[in-house]
Design a protein around this ligand. Sequence first.
Ligand SMILES: Cc1cc2nc3c(=O)[nH]c(=O)nc-3n(C[C@H](O)[C@H](O)[C@H](O)COP(=O)(O)O)c2cc1C
Length: 216
Amino acid sequence: MIAPELLALMQSRRSTRRFADRPVARADLEPLFEAARTAPSATNRQPWRYNAVLDPALRARIIEAVRGKVDALRAELAGSEYLADLTAYGDFFHEPLEAAPALIIPQYRLFPDAIAALLARAGRDPRPYALADRMPSELCGAAAATMNLLLMAHAAGLAACWMAGPMLAREEIAALLALPAPFVPLGAIAIGYPAAETPAPARKPTERIVEWNLPA
Ligand SMILES: Cc1cc2nc3c(=O)[nH]c(=O)nc-3n(C[C@H](O)[C@H](O)[C@H](O)COP(=O)(O)O)c2cc1C
């Protein structure tokens, strides 16, 4: 049984922000997308898509767009006592992108709420049953696929950091990649081969995250 090995793989995956000076080839990344496409999704709609950015010029333009937004954010807080707080983690907006030889831009798309549409067609108020308002299914599906991708990357000896920070420049990134509507970026993944061991951040203990509702 592979369960212990799978758990060990999950436990040893890290968000890596320092990468070896070693290029990433298309063939290195292809198994990651095979892993992503196995993910579950609501009504099996597979609301995900990826751009694998191996072109250094395009990567540089994406980083430049993110840097521009971070600079604007810094300017926004200039003179404020909160600028120091921003500086404390400001690098995390773009630093891993700059350190990595390749980027992956995960994307998701929304679908019309079929149940709400059904009720509206029947002349009923769809709001009490609006599923999309209660559960962001497409986002969850794309996140599940991206987690598969990250685990596969780790299993293949690659290292990655999935990042929300670059979404400061979400519209700019979508435009640079000419993303087909209705796909929108769901963060950016810095990816390459690891330079050094990344220490494991602490995790909440299981007792704090699970409440067992056992039979009486
Ligand atoms: C949705 C999401 C967004 C994240 N955004 C960033 C980010 O913008 N910059 C960054 O350096 N790390 C980012 N991370 C990585 C987290 O900091 C990291 O997962 C967390 O500290 C736990 O470390 P580990 O992944 O090595 O276990 C993000 C992770 C996730 C899942």
